[in-house]
Ligand binder design. Structure first.
Ligand SMILES: [Zn+2]
Length: 448
């Protein structure tokens, strides 16, 4: 494909997106995309990323989070086809010459294949099955910028995406009979063609569903939808109730839920019970089938993933280098859900048990260890999630509720829509604490 004909495709894409709801976006980061899926789950995509260089940039960096299943074929900057190189299969570097404040337009043509769920070893967040196709990180993403391009290895455990929030306008072309659910707002344009739009999205999660039922409720101004198989309607209703209660709880403690809607979708997962995207959370379908037998785990899935709408979707962090920053907060927030139901001691016991077990299996790791210091993922959940939550509970007891929750609101307010660090979180807690917290931090962290 030549540069000039590809540029024509790009102009067509932008024209289509302009026609279907382009708004004046200013100079912030924006993704315009056409994603076209065939019945065999092969796909083609054209993506235009526009934004403004925050300082002098000599390269743009794209991350491909599904390197085994997505191939980039053409890259243009402006309308010029551009050579690029790969550090590894997950990182694409495109030379540019941009001055501070200069706008850019990067267009990428890509294609790929969504693998059948049973053939791949991941969590199931990029996988096709009989009635569900999960499209997590299904397109190249601009790496997040924080004085440098944030990268790091992709590992089979933990979360991978580190990205800056953006406006999204995406046309999804899906095979007949499949409906599109996403972290944005969906509008069916015609059979098989859906427009997805959203603002301040750190990434766009998309799920295609067939033969699902939807139940709806509201929490304040937020519309929640729960998608499940017809045979799991009771589990779907319970997931919806827990998610709505969690939204109300966290809005009262931390601040407003930032999007107009939240979708909760039952999908087959492996090695994870729930997964978060901005505006969209996934729960493992096997728990929907037996939710009444899982009085601890079933609520935990949704209370935890809803909390990520504050601690990840709003306040980003480096999920590889410092996974504890959002996971400790999401885990502790889910504990608050249990606390409001008189179940604090139950969740504290669970955290203590899992932390103790994990420390026996990964004795060198600390709450603030990076993902790559948990070989094979061993001990990761117990140390980072449970240990991190126990640390926050001790901090809360030391500070008192008023100062503790005020510090979390400070932290949210200071870092909303940005990328924060563990030091930022500790500083927010320290700032409101009448007494020194170092002794608590030092028992859990390697570098308090
Ligand atoms: Zn989490």
């Amino acid at each position: 494909m030549t540069g000039s004909t590809f540029c024509g495709a790009r102009v067509l894409l932008v024209t289509v997106l302009l026609f279907y709801g382009y708004v004046c976006l200013g100079q912030g980061l924006a993704y315009y995309m056409l994603l076209s899926l065939s019945a065999d789950w092969s796909f083609d995509g054209v993506l235009t990323v526009t934004g403004t260089a925050p300082e002098r940039w000599s390269e743009l960096v794209l991350r491909v989070y599904q390197p085994n299943y997505i191939n980039v074929s053409v890259i243009e900057v402006g309308c010029e086809e551009q050579p690029w190189w790969e550090d590894d299969r997950t990182t694409i570097r495109i030379p540019v010459s941009l001055n501070r404040g200069q706008t850019y337009s990067l267009t990428v043509a890509f294609s790929g294949q969504v693998p059948p769920l049973h053939t791949q070893s991941g969590y199931g967040t990029f996988a096709a099955s009989e009635r569900v196709v999960v499209l997590g990180a299904a397109y190249p993403m601009l790496a997040a910028w924080d004085d440098d391009w944030l990268g790091g290895p992709l590992l089979p455990w933990g979360d991978a995406v580190v990205a800056d929030v953006a406006v999204y306008r995406v046309l999804v072309e899906a095979p007949q009979g499949w409906s599109v659910v996403s972290g944005g707002r969906e509008e069916a344009l015609s059979e098989g063609l859906t427009m997805v739009e959203g603002e301040n999205l750190r990434e766009l999660g998309i799920v295609l569903l067939r033969d699902h039922v939807v139940q709806t409720t509201v929490a304040g101004d937020v519309v929640l939808r729960s998608f499940s198989l017809p045979e799991h309607t009771a589990g779907g209703a319970e997931a919806l109730r827990i998610a709505a209660d969690s939204v109300e709880l966290y809005e009262g403690l931390f601040g407003r839920y930032p999007f107009s809607s939240l979708d909760v979708v039952a999908v087959p997962l492996r090695g994870a019970v729930g997964v978060e995207y901005p505006g969209l959370i996934l729960g493992d379908v096997s728990y929907y089938a037996r939710w009444e037998e899982e009085p601890l785990f079933f609520p935990m899935i949704f209370a935890h993933e809803v909390a990520h709408q504050w601690w990840y979707a709003q306040v980003g962090s480096h999920q590889g280098a410092e996974p504890w920053v959002d996971e400790a907060l999401a885990t502790y927030s889910s504990g608050l859900y249990f606390e409001t139901r008189g179940r604090l001691s139950e969740i504290l016991s669970y955290w203590r048990n899992t932390f103790h077990l994990a420390r026996g299996r990964a004795s060198a790791a600390r709450v603030d260890s990076p993902l790559w210091e948990f070989p094979g993922g061993v001990g990761y959940g117990g140390i980072v999630y449970s240990g991190g939550a126990l640390m926050l509970h001790e901090v809360r007891l030391e500070m008192g509720d008023e100062a503790f929750f005020a510090s979390l609101r400070d932290y949210l307010g200071s870092h909303k829509w940005g990328i924060s660090s563990g030091d930022d979180l500790l500083a927010a807690l320290d700032h409101r604490s009448a007494s020194a917290l170092e002794e608590i931090f030092s028992r859990y962290l390697s570098s308090p």
